[in-house]
Write a protein that binds this ligand. Structure first.
Ligand SMILES: Cc1ncc(COP(=O)(O)O)c(C=O)c1O
Length: 370
């Protein structure tokens, strides 16, 4: 039987068996709500959620009270915009973004700016398409895409934030680590950012769970109200909130996904990277005259265009060979505009991919473009 080749890890990971098993076990044997019950079974769920939070905290060298569950990166960035709105009320902030951003990291700010809530300034990129930390504009808030989902190069987040703090010691720094976290160790103490976000599904967990690290949770107003975050409703109608992280977690949590995330992080930590596959495909695809690769050999993904062929046509042809790779604008319009292209083709690998997969992808591409 012809093998289906899934090389779109940067969009979403296939799920490791350990994640599937931990979720199935929870659903079959331990399910109850968290943070609400006092029976032993509910207490056990609280422990499971707490263990998962501890795993995430350790994973990025943080503490449990700084780790807030979200439904993913997009949710987290939209929430941060609302947290900023609720904390600064009518103050107009200047927000620095870059052309590396995914729509999820920049559009919530652009839309806020359209409603005159903030001003946007764009951080320049250098010749290598990295954030030019020596020419940063003055801003109140900086959004840093730690790794573009098109270029696949890790930004030097630590140095960028040090440069930001020289310009504005009080700047608020937000790191989109959705792609970075797959390939790089995060040490939040070194980054010293105010917020860092990533999605579970890109590292093997289920959809519907994500992480929002908040450095100083006590200084921020919440963006959501509901069950689980209230300590007491006072007689005057005011609300005494729980401490972080609960104060940011209104409503029932995505429990199954949170429990799966613990197994996913263990699995990711054991993965040795698929860079040998990337290098092999990079070298082979570089030999094809009609392909123009615009990522580096040591990047975490390969992005390219095909001369005289629309990327969607290319995607349809390769898809017909049961190969799943990504084509289009990758929800990252600004970097495509900067490169003066409408879209691109992206190949990205996960732990399930083999050298045989890499060879079949190269063979099929050669066949299509011969
Ligand atoms: C760099 C980057 N940021 C944000 C996102 C949005 O992630 P999600 O769709 O999981 O919210 C993605 C997804 O591709 C991404 O690659």
């Amino acid at each position: 039987m012809k093998q289906f080749v899934y090389m779109d890890a940067a969009a979403s990971w296939l799920k490791p068996q350990s994640v599937i098993e931990s979720e199935a076990d929870f659903l079959a044997n331990s399910y109850a709500n968290a943070g609400r019950g006092i029976c032993a079974r509910a207490g056990h769920v609280d422990t499971l959620v707490d263990e998962s939070r501890k795993t995430v905290a350790d994973f990025i060298n943080s503490d449990k009270e700084n780790i807030v569950w979200t439904s993913g990166t997009t949710d987290a960035i939209n929430r941060i915009v609302n947290i900023l709105k609720n904390t600064y009320s009518d103050k107009i902030l200047t927000v620095a973004v870059s052309d590396l951003e995914h729509h999820s990291a920049r559009l919530p700010f652009e839309m806020w700016a359209n409603n005159s809530g903030c001003n946007i300034v764009v951080m320049p990129l250098d010749k290598e398409l990295n954030i030019d930390k020596d020419n940063l504009p003055l801003a109140d808030v900086y959004v840093i895409t730690a790794m573009s989902n098109v270029i696949g190069v890790a930004q030097d987040v630590e140095l960028i934030i040090q440069s930001i703090r020289k310009i504005n010691p009080n700047a608020i720094t937000i790191v989109d680590a959705a792609q970075f976290v797959v390939h790089n160790k995060i040490d939040i103490k070194k980054f010293d950012c105010d917020f860092l976000v990533f999605s579970g599904h890109k590292i093997g967990a289920d959809t519907g769970v994500g992480v929002m690290y908040i450095k100083n949770p006590e200084v921020w107003n919440v963006d959501k109200f509901g069950g689980g975050m209230v300590n007491r409703i006072m007689d005057d109608g005011s609300v005494l909130l729980n401490k972080s992280p609960e104060k940011f977690e209104a409503g029932t949590l995505p429990l199954t996904q949170i429990i799966g995330l613990k197994s996913a992080i263990k699995y990711l930590s054991d993965w040795k990277s698929g860079h040998d596959l990337i290098e092999y495909m990079y070298d082979e695809l570089s030999k094809i005259e009609r392909i123009k690769i615009f990522t580096k050999r040591d990047a975490s993904m390969i992005s390219f265009i095909v001369k005289d062929m629309h990327v969607i046509d290319f995607g349809a042809m390769i898809g017909a060979h049961d190969i799943c790779i990504r084509v289009g604008n990758m929800c990252a319009s600004w970097i495509h505009k900067k490169l003066n292209i409408d879209g691109s083709v992206r190949i990205s690998v996960g732990p399930w991919n083999t050298m045989e997969d890499a060879k079949s992808v190269v063979d099929v591409i050669k066949e299509i473009l011969k």
